[in-house]
Design a protein around this ligand. Structure first.
Ligand code: ZN
Ligand code: ZN
Length: 286
């Protein structure tokens, strides 16, 4: 697995690569626009070209973007739903300009009470966004299962993918967030939990679908349904849990990206180093 972190771009896109290399990243996640707002000025072609050029000359082997949090492809409100799929298309276009390998998104809510109805609404939103934005791989992220959020488990993500795969299977994949899965009840402090969750994803979503792991530890306990990320090894997944992640063959080609709060550069240096130590220990055992 490649290892990296979500890095800020407020100092400039090319500069985010300098920062990422300085803290030891091999892969990064960035926001292609402000995550808290619908509107943002367009990504400039010069800025995008400078980013692609800097990245090509760097040791960063994988770049993904993460969509804005406002996007809700499951919304029952038609205006919000349309705004969401149009925003998703815009995110995909920006990611393509930046030369990103993939874009991670949360799917949204499902108030219908029916997996089928919720999945269909979300799939239809993705279909429209894909028609508008002809390029880019989209990874659907699992959620912690709070409230009416959709996408807590493999069945839900697989239902959406299954509705789109006939036309776009090579543009679709999955992002596994370890904090969210643990909070939703899969015990990722253990090898058995990693085995069960990744097997479920493979069964429901297809093989080789997991391209990114958000390697976040969890502040709250197993099944708490609360989404608070902790530094690697400091939460209820713990060091042994992340050691088990590296032993999981289904994740061998995925990039592990940490998304935690704290001061830079310490948080990124520390978490990237911890993951690299665990990966090293895992390969030494093989
Ligand atoms: Zn995440
Ligand atoms: Zn989270």
């Amino acid at each position: 697995m490649l290892i990296g972190a979500h890095v800020g771009v407020s100092g400039g896109y090319p500069q985010s690569i300098d920062y990422a290399e300085s803290v030891g990243c091999e892969a990064i996640q960035i926001f292609a626009k402000s995550p808290q707002q619908w509107r943002a000025k367009p990504t400039g072609p010069e800025v995008a070209a400078a980013f692609r050029e800097r990245r090509a000359a760097s040791s960063i082997a994988f770049v993904c973007t993460h969509t804005a949090y406002l996007i809700n492809l499951g919304s029952e409100d038609d205006a919000l739903w349309e705004r969401s799929w149009r925003a998703l298309a815009d995110e995909l276009a920006r990611a393509a300009m930046l030369g990103a390998n993939a874009t991670v998104t949360h799917t949204g809510t499902n108030r219908s009470g029916s997996l089928e109805v919720g999945a269909r609404r979300i799939a239809e939103g993705i279909r429209l966004a894909f028609q508008e934005a002809p390029e880019g791989v989209l990874l659907l992220e699992n959620t912690a299962g709070a409230g009416t959020t959709f996408g807590t488990g493999p069945e839900e993500l697989g239902a959406v993918l299954g509705m789109l795969d006939a036309d776009w299977s090579e543009r679709l994949g999955v992002c596994l967030d370890s904090c969210h899965a643990h909070a939703a009840g899969w015990d990722l402090s253990s090898a058995d939990g990693w085995g069960a969750f990744t097997e479920g994803l493979e069964t429901c979503c297809g093989r080789g679908r997991i391209q990114v792991v958000h390697a976040n530890d969890s502040t709250f306990g197993l099944g708490a349904r609360k989404d608070r990320h902790a530094w690697v090894g400091d939460g209820t997944i713990g060091r042994d849990g992340f050691a088990a992640m590296f032993a999981q063959h289904r994740l061998a080609s995925a990039a592990a990206i940490v998304e935690v709060s704290g001061d830079v550069p310490e948080k990124d240096e520390t978490n990237v180093t911890r993951l690299k130590e665990l990966r090293e220990a895992s390969s030494a055992r093989e």
